[in-house]
Design a protein around this ligand. Sequence first.
Ligand code: UVW
Length: 369
Amino acid sequence: MHDQGGKTIPEHLNNETTAEAVDSDRRAMMGLAAGGLAGALLGLAPTAAEATGGIGFVGSAQAQTANATVTPWWPSKYGKDDQIGATNLITPQKILDALKQVKTGKVYEMAHLYESSMPKFGERVFALRIPGAPTGGPLGNNHVIWNDEFVATEIGQVGTQMDGLGHIGMAFKGDDKAEMRFYNGFTAAEVDAPYGLKKLGVENVRPIITTGHLFDLAGLKGRSLNLGEEVTVADLEACLARQKMTADAIKPGDCVFLNTGWAELWNKDNGLYVKGEPGIGLDAAKWLIAKDVVLIGSDTWAVEVVPNPDPNLAFPVHQELIAKNGIHIHECLVTADLAADGVYTFCYVMLPLKMKGATGSPGRPVAIV
Ligand code: UVW
């Protein structure tokens, strides 16, 4: 363990090799930008987001997406007007099957504490205040007082967060909103509005009560995974074998989770936590999509490998899962407790807030066995 500013960081995530790797990855990305289409970025001051770390890895790729040529992914297999995506698969029968996993009633908390010090992607904020403290009173002969909180934040996109289907899309033609597409081909002109999304808001998502499966990648590798380390299909299969499971254990409508060990950095080295991460690449994402999962979660902030091994791509797994297949991503989860107890299959409960027009949901997801 290593002490940094009074916080203890696991040695294997803090050694100079890791720090150097981060810097050299970043230099490599910026070098590619210089040689590629994003050369136009050169000479510009880094954006505020780049200065914060995380987005810096994808800055060059972002500059290259102005005119994407993509095969339309709509209409959705759930119908051309569908707004709930893969949660269509959470049927009463699925819930009954999931509840069969509950044998002891033990609950694993999978959310981090929401607090201002938590790591946040880019320029996101989380500020909670109790105005007045106490906010009101005293009133009446009984002198009642009360506290209310005021929270300023990107509420669906900080801390433990489930991405809704209106969070991620693709710009086919610059900033033409009629050519920006989201899940089911809805355009930004149809979806986006300043006071909340008009379509695909998180209020549409069904309560998620289904069977969950953990892939203990840190257990498989005997170490926490590294920044930029791609989780492959072979890794997922090796996890299942180690956990004495087979791939057909994952049924349509189930959720899957990655334990990478990255959460060891949470509130210890937030800069490194959001600078990049280990996670699934496109191949593993497609393998899981073929299994008709409803949600993929991880102890990282994006579930997918960042930076992507293809430096021209920025968050392609987000697009593949959310926009193209209506599959949710659940980020910044606590998975280590499940891994420590060897709990690989459980009943997963996440009730996204019915927050009209929101892009995602905070919450208190739990695994029950
Ligand atoms: C982005 O919003 C780009 O990332 P995330 O969904 O991981 O917060």
